[in-house]
Design a protein around this ligand. Structure first.
Ligand SMILES: *Cc1c(COP(=O)(O)O)cnc(C)c1O
Length: 396
């Protein structure tokens, strides 16, 4: 059988290559940070990590993780409800709830699992989920696993959300679900208006804060902070894999009874392993650091503002945002690839996105800012963008 199946795969892989969509991995041999070393020996400035607070190689987090290795060992060898719950897991769940102003938290191995396991235990075919069209793949998959009726509204389009809510009135319970920050445009979900519509049409709200936790809001508490909605949103999901240290792990935090039900019925929680104690220990340290001072959040906000202002001044077309994702619009797939490749030669590592990752004719370079970037790093990137931008005729 495998002979014919191999040929079948070879044809498909060739099609992916011909379409220019084949993904290659660049190999990094240094810790994650503002400056990284590739296995080619090239040192580059990194502008494509989700390392928003620069914590991926933070010394205090590494120390906390090392200490937990000595006190708690390496792995749990169990799911949570059998014998995979340690004191560090419980402490981290409490800290995450305190951070977001919620009632309780449940940890997962990843936010992909948190989203995959949140809908099915909570809603049935009597209910409705109303989902933003640009929500993350894990939300889409989670919704697919649930029997609730599905409604979809255009990205951040509040007229469309209202129309969908009107249509969904016949169902028992309604849940609106949105990313906090959409990863391609970097736009922040209009949570204030979403909350208003949810109140008007009697619905609950879920926000995925993966790209916004640690980033959005004065103190980095996410979009619920930005819109003064702390404690008012029923369900928040998020990741420990982005701003929060960048290792692994996800969570759902929110209303007490919702979290309680997830502990009873959520399949990725019941049937997948506990996160290692060292990750929980570093997570605790991370929240402690973010609570003690606002230094990292302030630096990230400063860096983002600085970079965007200078890039706009240089003449680039940039999507406005309150996140740390800066979409440099090029509208041409080939141009985005050419620009990214020339920038790498200049020592700036960014990624160009084009169809089907973004709509046709919407190609762009996505720049992700970090608290780890120093002003010299930002200046170097802006200078390289300007130089190559002129060479390629993007700037006059
Ligand atoms: C990155 C991301 C996830 C997945 O998080 P992991 O912890 O890496 O699985 C889920 N949702 C959104 C919106 C994300 O950006």
């Amino acid at each position: 059988m495998y002979d014919s199946y191999r040929d079948h795969l070879a044809i498909q892989l060739e099609e992916i290559r011909e379409a220019g969509l084949y993904k290659n991995e660049r190999v990094i041999v240094s810790p994650q940070g503002a400056e990284i070393t590739l296995n080619t020996g090239q040192k580059v400035l990194n502008f494509c990590a989700n390392n928003y607070l620069g914590l991926s190689a933070n010394k205090k987090l590494v120390e906390a993780a090392k200490e937990a290795l000595d006190t708690h060992g390496y792995g749990m060898s169990s799911v949570r409800f059998i014998c995979g719950t340690g004191d560090l897991h419980k402490k981290l769940e409490k800290k995450i709830a305190d951070f977001f102003g919620t009632e309780d938290t449940i940890l997962y191995a990843a936010c992909f699992d948190a989203n995959g396991g949140v809908f099915e235990p909570l809603l049935t075919s009597d209910d409705a989920i109303i989902s933003d069209s640009l929500n993350h793949a894990s939300i889409i998959d989670g919704v697919r696993l649930c029997k609730a009726n599905r409604y979809r509204y255009e990205n951040a389009d509040m007229d469309d959300l209202e129309a969908q809510l009107q249509q969904a009135q016949e169902h028992r319970f309604r849940l609106i679900v949105t990313d906090g920050v959409f990863s391609m445009d970097g736009n922040v979900a209009p949570l204030g208006k979403i909350y208003e519509l949810a109140s008007k049409y009697n619905a609950m709200v879920m926000v995925d804060e993966s790209h916004s936790a640690g980033v959005v809001g004065e103190t980095g508490r996410g979009v619920t902070e930005l819109y003064n909605l702390r404690g008012k949103i029923e369900i928040i999901t998020g990741t420990l894999g982005k701003a929060f240290g960048g290792a692994i792990g996800g969570f759902t935090t929110g209303k007490r009874e919702i979290i309680e039900m997830l502990r009873q019925r959520s399949r990725p929680y019941l049937f997948s392993n506990s996160i290692p104690p060292l990750v929980a220990a570093a997570g605790l340290k991370m929240i402690e650091m973010m609570t003690e001072t606002n230094e990292l959040q302030d630096r990230l906000h400063h860096n983002t503002k600085y970079f965007m202002e200078k890039m706009l001044k240089a003449g680039f077309d940039i999507k406005p945002t309150q996140s740390a994702i800066c979409a440099v619009m090029l509208y041409d797939a080939k141009l985005s690839q050419e620009l990214a490749s020339r920038l790498l030669n200049e020592g700036i590592y960014v990624i160009g996105f084009y169809y089907p990752v973004v709509p046709k004719g919407q190609a762009r370079i996505r720049v992700q800012l970090s608290a780890a970037h120093e002003t010299v790093h930002l200046d170097k990137a802006i200078a390289a963008f300007t130089k190559v931008g002129k060479e390629l005729g993007i700037l006059k």
